[in-house]
Design a protein around this ligand. Structure first.
Ligand code: COA
Length: 464
């Protein structure tokens, strides 16, 4: 199957049935209904349970067939042996996609049962997400059809995960760190819908700025197709992937987890490169990079300037830039003269522009003004080390205001280093579309990956 348009219904279903909706708090079928209600889904929610008349205050139906309305999406939370019958009834009802949360299929060797449900679904033209998943989220439509945490933060990252438990854990983690998501898709066994198709769907979604994927592997024989189709996705949206199962033992663990082919890391590396996919090595990198793309425009040029109040932090940023292909601009005498006006006499107007530990908001804003107005500067890295003379929140607010007032479109990343008050300032920047990180290395590394994507788009443009 390869038609992402059949998946569009995920993004604006008129109604969602939960088949196996439970009356007991803590059970999966209960938590899914609760999340749908509490996250504010505006369509119709239909609990289905032959043993109940009501679930969470909503009228329950004995079967999906008895619902007196069309059903676009069915979330399935009945035990595995009941799933074929539920899929059959959903197909007859005209359900477009079934989100099968239930476990106990190919991941435990029950291949036949999995093939059976796919066969039934296909006979009705219905699609299946899963089985063996925690559900899906689409924040623009207030859909949280999972049994994970409720209050997913809205934003531009479309997250696709081949791991369930890790995915749920990361849901909580993104909430803690205020990482804004457009969607979360748990993929599980990928009996029907796969990572590529969901990537294609999100590439067309205006709310998704970047696709972030936790990938265990591609099904055997699907390598070429993966490259071809993902190449088209990356022309529309940046895609960042963390590939698990890189080590030999890790690859074996993947085989027993989701049955995907994880080996030959070099092959994956080559495939990602060819498809224009940006590779993250850790989960932190995955979300750091994704956040950069979600909040900032793709760089328009290579020339980068670092503005800092700390020499050491500036050096670390410079090292990361050099190691990762971020070109630091050699400022002209004229530009240095302008930067010189923004700092105490003992500062440095070279790149990194060192405003010194004595810098206050005014120094930063003046230096930013120079950087924004200089046509030879494309990208800006702002670094702040906590000092007694400059309150981090005051600086964060001033930066946000300056960027808004001046409509700055030069790609910018920030690093603020310090304690608890710095963390609050970082949150303020992130909430206002300026990606901020606790270390200079992270900020510059994110910019390096954004530059990689810029170069990839340019190569493609040239080739076409
Ligand atoms: N149609 C609809 N609902 C039905 C039904 C049917 N034909 N038959 C029974 N039900 C109801 C039950 O009465 C129950 O509701 P109740 O609690 O109000 O009585 C509800 O459906 C759930 O059925 P139950 O038998 O209690 O199942 P369960 O909640 O113990 O387990 C799963 C169901 C799907 C959660 C479980 O089989 C499973 O797969 N768990 C693992 C899920 C998982 O880990 N997924 C991957 C995550 S990453």
């Amino acid at each position: 199957m390869s038609d992402a348009s059949s998946l569009k219904v995920f993004l604006n279903p008129r109604s969602i049935a939960v088949i196996g909706a439970s009356r007991t708090p803590g059970k999966i079928g209960y938590e899914v209904v609760k999340n749908l209600i509490n996250y504010g889904y505006k369509g119709k929610i239909y609990p289905v349970n032959p043993n109940a008349t009501e679930v969470l205050g909503l009228k329950a139906y004995p079967s999906v067939l008895s619902i007196p309305d069309e059903v676009d999406v069915a979330v399935v939370t009945v035990p595995a042996q009941l799933v074929p019958q539920v899929i059959e009834e959903s197909g007859r009802k005209g359900v477009k996609v079934a989100v099968v949360i239930t476990a106990g299929f190919s991941e435990v060797g029950n291949v036949e049962l999995e093939e059976k449900i796919v066969k039934i679904a296909r006979s009705y033209g219905m699609r299946i997400l899963g089985p063996n998943i925690f559900g899906y989220v689409y924040t623009p439509a207030n859909i949280n059809a999972t049994f994970g945490p409720t209050e997913v933060v809205k934003g531009g990252i479309g997250f696709i995960t081949q791991s369930g438990a890790l995915g749920i854990a990361l849901m909580g983690w993104t909430i803690l760190h205020e990482i804004g998501l457009s969607a979360i898709f748990s993929m599980g066994n990928m009996a029907d819908i796969d990572v590529v198709e969901v990537s294609e769907l999100l590439a067309e979604d205006p709310y998704t700025k970047v696709v972030a994927i936790y990938l265990e592997g591609i099904k055997p024989g699907k390598g070429r197709e993966f490259i071809e189709r993902m190449s088209k996705v990356t022309q529309k949206k940046p895609v960042v992937v963390i590939k698990a199962g890189v080590s030999e033992r890790g690859a074996k663990a993947v085989a027993s987890h989701t049955g995907s082919l994880a080996g030959a890391d070099a092959l994956y590396e080559a495939a990602f490169k060819q498809a224009g996919i940006i590779r993250a090595r850790t989960l932190l990198e995955l979300f750091n990079i994704a956040r950069g793309f979600a909040l900032q425009p793709v760089p328009k040029g290579e020339n980068t300037v670092i503005i800092t109040n700390g020499g050491g932090a500036g050096v670390l940023a410079t090292d990361t830039a050099e190691l990762n292909g971020v070109k630091l601009l050699e400022p002209s005498q004229e530009l240095m003269d302008k930067f010189r006006q923004t700092m105490p006499w003992f500062g440095s107007p070279k790149n990194p522009v060192d405003l010194t530990g004595q810098a206050v908001v005014d120094n930063y804003i003046k230096a930013l003004k120079v950087a924004v107005e200089a046509p030879e500067i494309d990208n800006i890295v702002i670094i702040y080390c906590r000092t007694a003379v400059l309150d981090p929140m005051e600086l964060a607010k001033a930066i946000v205001e300056f960027y808004k007032e001046n409509n700055v479109t030069k790609t910018t990343v920030v690093s603020m280093i310090g304690g608890a008050d710095v963390e609050q300032a970082i949150k303020h920047l992130n909430r206002n579309s300026i990606p901020a990180y606790p270390t200079p290395e992270e900020a510059v590394f994110v910019l390096s990956r954004m530059l990689m994507y810029k170069r990839y788009l340019e190569r493609i443009k040239k080739a076409s």
